[in-house]
Design a binder for this molecule. Sequence first.
Ligand code: NDP
Length: 504
Amino acid sequence: MSAKKPVNRLTTAFGIPVGDDQNSLTAGARGPVLMQDVHLLEKLGHFDRERIPERVVHAKGAGAGGYFEVTADVTKYTKAKFLSKVGKRTEVFVRFSTVGGEKGSADSERDPRGFAVKFYTEEGNYDMVGNNTPVFFIRDPLKFSDFIHTQKRNPATNCKDPDMFWDFLSLTPESIHQVTILFSDRGTPAAYRNMNGYSSHTYKWYNEKGDYSWVQYHFKTDQKIKNLTRQEADALKSKDPDHATRDLYEAIKREEYPSWTLEMQILTPKQAENFKWDILDITKIWPHKEVPPIKIGKLVLNRNPLNYFAEVEQAAFSPGNLVPGIAASPDKMLQARLFSYHDTHIHRLGPNYHLLPVNAPKNAPETSYQRDGFMRFDTNGGGGPNYWPNSFNGPEPDLSALEPPFEISGYADRYQYKYPNDDFVQAGNLYRDVMSDQDRENLVGNIVSHLGGALKRIQLRQTALFFKADSDYGTRVAAGLGLDIKEVERLAGMSNEERAKAAS
Ligand code: NDP
């Protein structure tokens, strides 16, 4: 140990120089340790509090910074400033994730993948919080926490449980479209760089005149879609459980910057009224032929985080962060997410999580009347007024930021979804018209290997749903599971309520 003053001197958290970081302060050479060793106490105390609550969903993820560049004029659809000019660039931070697994789970698990983009715009942060699938399992948020419980662990055994998983899905027929995507090889992307990102929800865009359109976002990978087979995904779980995290980091380090082309599907309110599909139903897509996507921009990731915890773990996205020109639709799932994301971040990171550098609105400083709370580490509004209205030059609301008024009507009630019979059509189209023979073979194999672990009656009920989507689909799953196809057909012929009772 040199007596020379080090250039880069170790300090306590409070900047006090530390003289020795290897030997605790003890009474005599053999101890005990003295409470006077405040450096040791500080180290232990901080270490004890290193973990923050992990996200209840999307716990395992990877992230990177970059930019979004506008490539087409969309001003007739939206007045969002960051989309106002071809060539305009906006800084972004993106987080990819799996959904059901814990923070230490494998990147190659079969699961939808999160695809969340934070745009640091001059009108505040805009978050597009999507997935790598264009649809979702359910369309009513009352079912969400139940659904997630079934993807996690059995309350008694603490193990993943195929009975829970398939019991819920087989009693939730609207899930069939998403289940078909999830059990195709798209449920195990080769890397985050090789998958698309979708808003899944419909959003509203409105222009300077206040005219609005309904829109869906599709970030299409420029690296081409690449997936893992079930066997490859299983092998990676033990060989390299962090393969997708590593792939993203290393590609950016090699300066092979991944990019995605943003395509929009856009419908006028009139077109939406007469559209075959309910545009507020997140279990459905808008067929490309009927609503051709328009290329409008490029997303490029070219910066690795300097520190994973600071930027990726603390990154907090919320579909409620919408800038003028972009608004929510009445999609019930989206409406619940508008509340839930912000709420969960307050729980996970505290009420001032918006001050953390990754979450702070870099290009539009916060000028609100919110004050105090844990970890308010900025000047907290200084001596300025902390109420509105005031006559001391405090920040004022800007009428031009208001979404144009929109009409809503109807009786308050708990409405059952009114097009239940349509739930199987798009899953059937995907199976018949989009998938190759190899895709179908892998899909059936993936389902059989997972559903095979569930109780027979649950297998029957779920296979009846595959049969309803497409008879060949159901027949092949039934054959793989060794089920009586007559029984599958009988269940497929029943209403959802009858089937639930018959196979209980
Ligand atoms: P298209 O033939 O125009 O589009 C088919 C789409 O399916 C393409 O976007 C393709 O993505 C995607 N795809 C290919 N394989 C799979 C898979 N295993 N899982 C999920 N998606 C896959 O047809 P339509 O627009 O009429 O849609 C037909 C079906 O395709 C839908 O019912 C839906 O299941 C699926 N789909 C449709 C999307 C849409 O927004 N219209 C988006 C994604 C899927 P890519 O071009 O990237 O290869």
